[in-house]
Design a protein. Structure first.
Length: 187
């Protein structure tokens, strides 16, 4: 897993660093399975193209939440930029395994009908390593995290629409990544 903080201070958003890491890892013998988790690059497709062309096995970009909550969750981001990353990867490399994640229970409607589901590909993690505020979790007043049954419901909802979903209070997009990668490949 190769990831980085947003590098909006760099002209390419940090894409060169991802490209170099992927190329060096793919030059190893044997070459490891490489997953990238990228920022949105402010919707700039050239940065995404360069990373896709470097050849990672999995391209991950977390959408984070649904459009109605996006500006609150990602103040400097745009939902359209997040979808553009996934759209661009799907267009550039349709067979590439794509991942996207959300840390909010609002992921449920996105899994059913949202643009991220159509573009995200094989897996949608449903949690994060930070507590989910009750307002985002839709879990009612005074609860910081969803109940385990609610995480199980998120997994079931995603699988019902053909996604590989791992949901839990401390789930990151890399959680059980190899396991999920192999399940998707063996379908």
């Amino acid at each position: 897993m190769i990831t980085a903080v947003d590098r909006d201070d760099l002209p390419d958003g940090g894409a060169t660093g991802f490209v170099e890491c992927v190329r060096r890892l793919k030059a190893l013998e044997p070459a490891p399975t490489v997953e990238v988790l990228t920022p949105d690059f402010r919707g700039e497709p050239t940065s995404v193209d360069r990373i896709v062309d470097a050849g990672p096995d999995v391209y991950n970009h977390n959408v984070e939440t649904v459009p109605s909550q996006y500006r609150r969750v990602r103040r400097s981001g745009r939902y359209s930029w997040a979808l553009e990353v996934l759209r661009r990867v799907a267009e550039r490399a349709p067979a590439k395994l794509r991942k996207s994640g959300s840390w909010s229970a609002s992921a449920r409607p996105a899994m059913r009908c949202g643009g991220a589901r159509r573009l995200g590909g094989g897996r949608l993690p449903g949690g994060d390593d930070r507590p989910v505020p009750a307002a985002d979790a839709g879990a009612g007043p005074g609860r910081a995290l969803l109940h385990p049954d609610e995480f199980a419901e998120l997994e079931a909802a995603g699988r019902a629409v053909g996604l590989e979903v791992v949901a839990g209070p401390f789930v990151r997009s890399s959680y059980r990544a190899e396991e999920a990668f192999l399940r998707v490949l063996n379908r």
